[in-house]
Design a protein around this ligand. Structure first.
Ligand code: FES
Length: 282
């Protein structure tokens, strides 16, 4: 660890909790994990107790206290994925990467992880590689997923779809359409969800136009509030264990009807949305 690099990172960010998360993200980006000596120096430099720093570092799943590979592969072992063959898929990843779940391959390229429900049961078994969702995976696809990851999961293809892309999304729990043609926003059917926050519960509608962050809701929501978001049909909660790359709040997972996954940040006002049209198409 280079102490000056850590000091430079600390100087770039404010000293509040949001700043601490941003500092930890930068340290992890530099070292691929949070080295203990870096956290000790961070405590000294910011005057934050080591206990508080570890509290944040262990709360958010995006942080790791042990070295991680260049790519993070998470195989869902939740009930729905388990009964559709997730253990066989996890074994195949272990065999191909020659590493056990929770460990990193000897070439330092892949960390293999098994996780509980990723909130995308309707398209299980699910594997998430570097934030890209792969749906209905079977063991025969494992080699191709690894090969494609080594070659570079391609954001270019995602960007190509960004202009004028209209979401047509379904619930990630029950697969029911979430589109509301009777309540257009930006001239197109909106995405209807229900939400609760600070003891209030009501509808929220989002623009289906990629790049538009227009939101209408039954009651006012303060900026920065983290919402609990539900499907209006099955009432299942749509938050996933994935965290927002911008603010570390939980992401909400929705399915693109034509294939792929849309993740939106559950924090009001945050623009941490991720569109993954690639992963599902392997
Ligand atoms: S059990 Fe795998 S996504 Fe829910």
């Amino acid at each position: 660890m280079n102490a000056n690099e850590i000091r430079d990172i600390v100087e770039k960010h404010p000293s509040d909790r949001g700043g601490l998360i941003a500092i930890l993200e930068d340290i992890q980006a530099k070292y691929s994990y949070l080295p203990e000596d870096a956290l000790r120096l961070l405590a000294e430099e910011t005057g934050t107790s080591l206990v508080d720093i570890y509290g944040v570092a262990t709360f958010y799943s995006l942080f790791s206290l042990t070295p991680r590979g260049k790519h993070l592969c998470s195989v869902c072992m939740g009930t729905a994925c388990h009964v559709r063959g997730a253990p066989v898929i996890a074994d195949e990843f272990s065999r191909q990467l020659q590493t056990d779940p929770g460990e990193t391959s000897s070439d330092g390229e892949f960390t293999l992880d098994t996780v509980n429900c990723l909130g995308a049961c309707a398209i299980g078994p699910v594997v998430v590689m570097d934030g890209h969702y792969f749906s209905n995976v079977d063991s025969g696809q494992v080699k191709r997923i690894i090969k494609k990851t080594r070659a570079g999961l391609d954001d270019a293809q995602i960007k190509k779809h960004m202009r004028h892309y209209l979401y047509d999304v379904n619930c990630s729990r029950c697969n029911h359409s979430l589109m509301d043609p009777d309540h257009p926003i930006d001239g197109a059917p909106s995405i209807r969800l229900t939400m609760s926050s600070e003891r209030q519960h009501g509808w929220i509608r989002l623009s289906a136009l990629y790049g538009s962050f227009t939101v209408e809701s039954e009651f006012g929501i303060r900026t920065s509030t983290v919402l609990d978001v539900f499907c209006p049909h099955c009432h299942g909660e749509l938050k996933s264990p994935t965290t927002c790359p911008l603010c570390a709040a939980p992401m909400v997972t929705l399915f693109i009807r034509s294939g792929g996954v849309l993740q939106i940040c559950s924090r009001r006002g945050c623009k941490g949305h991720m569109l993954d049209l690639e992963g599902a198409g392997i």
